[in-house]
Design a protein around this ligand. Structure first.
Ligand SMILES: Nc1ncnc2c1ncn2[C@@H]1O[C@H](COP(=O)(O)OP(=O)(O)O)[C@@H](O)[C@H]1O
Ligand SMILES: [Mg+2]
Length: 357
């Protein structure tokens, strides 16, 4: 019968499916138990990510080497490596190794934009924050994940379609933002009736089959509310940061709090709150009118124990014929400036979180 040291040598030579390192190098063998009389070996293994097809392969490899060395039966339990250990390997990974949006080695930060209900400006905020982050020199992607209410291509004035080559989807690029939308895969703006499992698959494809290249940030314009899709995404992503959009009306903030509560429950960090349509400022008198009420943003930020990232007034972008995009504010527009400030706050907050890890 093999002994513990032999088990550690054999299993330790196998590779963590994501880290491109052996389990010996990752300290991935957590526990070895041997029952001599039953010729049974059980091991507890820590990997970068559990619940994947790659884990199943590793499981078979472990069974094979241990049975090959004389064990009659093998028991395996999996757990995930500590966040701090992962962070170390992420720091060392080359771009090639970190391939794949959902790889635990990927350095891209996911930022989802959520709201309690539709019509509060979630997509407007997603698009303009993405553009502002790109204007600040970041590599930015945007997924229009509002499967029923996709609107991002129109808002950005996108006229082209993504190119599909050898099973890879190449996102459309506008204002320095790489973007993909459900709207690209629907004919003639037809309504889409999705059943739960299909939805998850489509989103999974957006992560796996889209050629994003290297990104600093990938923004997701989530469907409103706390439905299946929002929940799916929260579970799919290794780690994500959330921005909650609300209007200034206190009841709107109340509804938005639910979306925030879900992020907390699924262990995603809330980055902050954006209050949209905060007021209307008259060009003539300069006076502010609080058309949709007052106080919702600060109240929600307090409730979620987070920051109020911005208050965005009512107002349309200037329509530029040569650079048409109905919902994108120019850099020198006063609202464009607010988005630049918001982007800088987001960058600083994420850098800060990085340093704390
Ligand atoms: N600050 C704003 N000022 C004026 N109109 C806005 C503002 N924010 C959003 N809108 C408009 O309100 C409508 C809803 O915004 P949208 O971003 O589509 O909301 P959601 O994605 O939450 O459904 C759109 O027509 C959009 O152009
Ligand atoms: Mg929308």
């Amino acid at each position: 019968m093999i002994n513990e040291q032999q088990v550690r040598e054999l299993v330790g030579a196998l590779h963590d499916p994501f880290l491109h390192k052996t389990l010996a190098e990752t300290n991935g063998i957590v526990e070895v138990t041997i029952k001599e009389e039953k010729e049974h070996v059980s091991v507890k293994i820590a990997v970068a990510k559990t619940g994947t097809p790659e884990q199943l392969n590793l499981q078979m490899e472990i069974v094979n080497v241990l049975k090959g060395a004389g064990a009659k039966s093998v028991g395996i339990r999996f757990t995930e490596l500590d966040a701090s250990v992962l962070e170390k390997f992420r720091g060392q990974a080359t771009a090639a190794e970190a391939q794949g949006m959902l790889s635990p080695l990927n350095k891209t930060k996911f930022i989802s934009i959520a709201s309690g209900k539709g019509g509060v400006g979630k997509s407007t905020v997603s698009v303009n924050l993405a553009v502002a982050l790109a204007r600040q020199g970041k590599k930015v992607g945007l997924i229009d994940a509002d499967i029923y209410g996709f609107s991002v291509p129109d808002m950005m004035g996108v006229q082209t379609m993504p190119v599909i080559k050898e099973d890879r989807i190449y996102p459309v690029e506008r204002f320095g933002v790489k973007m993909i939308s459900m709207g690209f895969f629907v004919e003639n703006n037809a309504p889409v009736v999705w059943r739960g499992p299909m939805l998850g698959k489509v989103l999974d494809q957006f992560f796996r089959d889209v050629e994003w290249g290297e990104l600093d940030y990938l923004l997701l314009d989530l469907p409103p509310g706390t439905g299946d899709v929002a929940l799916d995404i929260h579970q799919m992503l290794p780690e994500s940061y959330e921005i909650v959009v609300t209007t200034p009306h206190p009841t709107a903030a109340f509804v938005a709090a639910r979306a925030g509560a879900m992020a907390i429950k699924t262990e995603h960090h809330i980055l902050g709150v954006v209050e949209n349509m905060s007021w209307f400022q008259s060009d003539v008198s300069g006076e502010k009118e609080y058309v949709f009420g007052k106080g919702g943003g600060p109240k929600l930020a307090e409730e979620l124990r987070t920051e109020l990232l911005a208050q965005i007034p009512l107002g349309q972008p200037d329509i530029l014929e040569e650079d048409f995009a109905p919902s994108v504010y120019a850099k020198n527009h006063s609202t464009g400036q607010l988005y630049l400030e918001m982007a800088q706050k987001v960058i600083d907050a994420l850098d800060q979180l990085d340093q704390e890890q």
